[in-house]
Design a protein around this ligand. Structure first.
Ligand SMILES: [Zn+2]
Length: 147
């Protein structure tokens, strides 16, 4: 709260107004030193000289408890709202990471399969070439033998 204009603390600093929310003094205002909260000066004085009483006091206490409960609910809702998108994003991120990992693994498997098929193709070519050479040799030998 802003300093109460004109009211000075014992130490000469302008006093600040605060509000008590205890069971005995709900909403009752008091002065505190404006220099620093209970650091050097421990000045205390009620601003509202009359003590809370009657139905007003009961109403203030009820309102205080309602506000406290609502603040707690708001806090819980804010925490829930903060956590929810974070976990959803985390899940999406994890899913993305795992699908990337899966694709990388598939890529490696495909590459090794491609390499294996290349090797098989080369082996087949060699085999075909050797077969041809062998066939030509056999044919040549047969021709030579027939002459
Ligand atoms: Zn003071």
């Amino acid at each position: 709260m802003p300093p109460d204009q004109g009211f000075l603390c014992d130490c000469g600093k302008p006093a600040t107004i605060r509000q008590a929310w205890t069971d005995a003094n709900p909403g009752r205002r008091f002065y505190r030193c404006g220099a620093a909260w209970r650091s050097v000066c421990d000045f205390f004085q009620w601003r509202d000289l009359e003590k809370p009483h009657g139905w007003q006091k009961t109403a203030l206490l009820e309102a205080r408890d309602v506000i406290r409960a609502q603040k707690e609910t708001i806090k819980l809702l804010q925490e829930a709202a903060k956590e929810e998108p974070k976990t959803e994003a985390d899940i999406a991120k994890e899913e993305g990471e795992s699908s990337i990992e899966k694709l990388e693994k598939e890529n490696i498997i495909l590459r090794s399969e491609l390499q294996a098929s290349h090797q098989a193709e080369q082996t087949l070519r060699h085999f075909v070439l050797i077969s041809w050479v062998g066939f030509i040799c056999v044919v040549a030998t047969v021709f030579h033998g027939l002459r």
